[in-house]
Design a protein around this ligand. Structure first.
Ligand code: SF4
Ligand code: SF4
Length: 369
């Protein structure tokens, strides 16, 4: 039997053949460790765990009510390609989006893996509960597939907002639910996002392969390091405009193109995610930097209770309250206080902000620690 070093060497060589230099991969692992709140030294451990996991950790990936955007986000990412990390380093036994087999052949692969046990289950898309005919996969209602596939799983990853909390389908008529509302008795990690950021999934997977457990989670079962400690607003490049009360109101006015997007519907002050700290697509950009308000896509309340997307959450005629309230509240959490004070149309935001302020006062973080 090959020793660990030679297995790792084989893994790194395989990556190089795919065009991912080993140095790039090891650097990626180190950056992932740091993003998860660990020392960069753990990058070596991540690289070792990933490369020695070759053909070891079986993965079942199933997809229900969704647009395949999360798979696309993962597979179209740039070097070193978290998609390669996922698809090459683990043993993908069943993936309804990319596998060649179909029908009873693919169901057999699924059943054999379930029988073996010890695999990771990734669910993409939400689960309709009103009528099983709303989503049928390989001839079976999707809720049945989820229960069947989770039976012997070590852990379940709900990939994307639909699988995590119901996402956009939850706003419709199918009774769409997230994984943890269906599956019980298994550790479930939610990696929301519409779509999810590949780094969030790759980092969670690398952590799991390295420590054989899920990373620390927040109260909404999201990895704490990516979602638990900061609002999108906290590190927004437009925050100084928010503080000065300079809000973009006309998309076509080049003079205000960099101003705060609050009046255009930005939910950054009530959305937990690291998007403005670690940009998307290998650090190329992120929603707000690209000119789009944050839609709050990583929140359990997305989409239904954060809609409409491009409309100010502040009632007409009261927009300017944001600025003075922000000034008064400096030192607590200016963005959240301002949004909460002015808002009338979205009770969730008021409640969330009130809750946040109460916890702040009591010295408790939002995840209860
Ligand atoms: S409201 Fe949105 S655009 Fe404005 S500073 Fe906050 S996160 Fe940035
Ligand atoms: S900035 Fe907001 S809408 Fe964009 S990906 Fe991050 S959480 Fe989602």
């Amino acid at each position: 039997m090959k020793d660990r070093d030679s297995i790792m060497e084989t893994g790194l060589l395989k990556m190089e053949l795919k065009g991912i230099p080993r140095r790039t991969f090891i650097k990626y692992c180190a950056a992932t460790a740091v993003a998860l709140g660990l020392d960069y030294y753990f990058g070596g451990l991540f690289a070792e765990a990933a490369t020695t996991a070759l053909n070891k950790k079986p993965v079942i990936w199933i997809q229900g009510q969704g647009c395949t955007g999360c798979s696309c986000s993962l597979l179209s990412s740039l070097n070193p390609g978290p998609g390669e990390v996922l698809l090459d380093l683990v043993s993908m036994r069943f993936n309804s989006t990319v596998m060649n087999a179909a029908g009873h052949l693919s169901i057999k692969a699924l059943e054999d893996t379930v029988k073996e046990g010890g695999y990771l289950l990734v669910v993409e898309g939400s689960i309709p509960t009103r009528d099983p005919r709303y989503c049928v996969v390989e001839g079976l209602p999707f809720d049945e597939i989820v229960l069947k596939a989770s039976k012997n799983a070590d852990a379940v990853i709900a990939a994307g907002s639909c699988a995590a909390y119901g996402g956009i389908p939850r706003a419709g008529f199918t009774g769409a639910k997230g994984v943890s509302e269906i599956v019980s008795g298994k550790p479930v990690v939610n990696i929301p996002g519409c779509p999810l950021k590949p780094d969030w999934l790759a980092g969670t997977l690398l952590y799991y392969l390295s420590f054989n457990e899920l990373p620390p989670l927040d109260s909404d079962n999201r990895p704490l390091a990516y979602f638990g400690s900061h609002f999108v607003h906290d590190t927004c490049p437009r925050a100084s405009y928010f503080e000065r009360g300079q809000f973009l109101e006309d998309w076509n006015n080049p003079a205000t193109v960099d101003w705060c997007l609050l009046k255009m519907g930005c939910k950054g002050p009530v959305t937990y995610a690291d998007c403005n700290r670690i940009w998307w697509n290998d650090g190329v950009s992120t929603c707000i930097r690209a000119g789009s308000p944050c839609a709050g896509c990583t929140q359990p309340q997305f989409y239904k209770d954060l809609a409409p997307l491009y409309v100010s959450p502040l009632p007409p005629g009261r927009e300017d309250e944001a600025m003075p309230v922000a000034q008064r509240a400096r030192g607590i959490h200016a963005g959240s206080v301002a949004l909460g004070a002015g808002i009338a149309a979205a009770p969730f935001v008021i409640n969330k902000v009130a809750d946040l302020l109460k916890k702040k006062k009591e010295g408790v973080s939002h995840d209860g620690e």
